[in-house]
Design a protein around this ligand. Sequence first.
Ligand code: AHR
Length: 334
Amino acid sequence: MKNKKYFVLFSIALLLVVISLSMILSNQICLEEKTQSGEFEDSNVIVLGFSQMGDESSWRTTHTKSVIQAAQQSGIQLIFKNAQQKQENQINAIRSFIASKVDVIAFTPIVEDGWDDVLLEAKQANIPVILSDRRIETKIPSLYAAFVGTDIELEGRLAGEFLIRKYGKKPTKIIEIAGTESSTSAKQRAKGIRQAIAGYPNFEIVFSKSGDFLRSKGAEVTREGIQLYPDADVILCHNDSMALGAVEAIEEKGLNPGKDICVVSFDGEKDAIQALKEGKLNCVVECSPLLGEAIMECASALATSEPYRPIVYQPTRVFSEYDNISEIQSWEDE
Ligand code: AHR
C-alpha cells in the first residue's frame, strides 16, 4: 500500500519534470526557428542571443538555468545556444545572432583570445555585446558594452588569505589544480592567489596543471600531483568539480582530505558545501552563477538606449572551517 503511494507520487513528480523540460526545450527550438528568416514576431519584444560555452560543471548548468529563467521572467525573447566547450561553436553562434538581427548578444567566452573578428562584425551591425562570467583579451575595448559576473581575481586573493590564516609563516607546499588554460577564471584565480601569498616566502606552489574545470580531470591531475609531491600540504583547485575529484583521489591514497591534506576550492555548489560540512574541504570561495537577472537588466537597457552599468559584480563570500559551517547554504539551494 505504502509502496503504491510512493510509486504514484514519484510518477507525478517525474511527469512534471518531463513536462517542464519539454516546455523549456520547445520554447528554445521555437525561438531558434523564428530567427532563421531574420524576422521576429513582435518587434516590441527585446531579442537576446546568448551563447553558453558548455556544461562542464554544476556551476555552468546553474548559470544556464539562471539565464533562461530570467529571460522568461523579464519577457525578453531568448535565443540560447550551447557551444559544447568549443570556441568555434561560440563564434558560429554569434554570427548566427548577427544574421538574425537580434537586439543584444551575450556570451561566456570559453577563452580570452580570438574574439576580435566576430565582435567587429557585431559592432558593424550595431548590436551591443555583453560578456558574462569570463572576459576577453582585446586591444579594442569598445567591442563589448558590459561585463556581468564576479570579481575572479578577488576570489583568488581570498583563497590565498585563507591559506595565510591557516598556515601563517609555516613552510607550506601547494599543488594547484588549475582551470581551463587561457580562460579568465583560471588566469585571474591564479593571479589573485599569487598576489595574496607574495609576501609569504613560506608558501611554495610546487605543482600546477590544468584539470579543465572537470571533476574527472581534477581527480586525474591530483593523482599525478600527490604522486610527485607526497609531502604537499594543500590541494588548491580552481573549482568545486575538480575539488570533488581531488577528494576522491586523496581518499584512494588512504588519506583523509581536509585533515591529512588541506583542500581549497571555488564556486560554492551544493556538493562542495556538503563536503565542507563533512570536513573534506577546508575552504570554498564563492563564485555566484546567478547572473541571469543582471544580464536581462543590462540587455534591456542596451536595447532601449537607457543608462546601464558597464560592470556588474555579484558579491563573493568565503566559507571555511573557521565559520559556523552548519548555517552555510549553497546558491543551488536559493
Ligand atoms: O568561469 C567560471 C568557472 O567556470 C567556474 O568556477 C567553474 O565551475 C566553471 O566551469
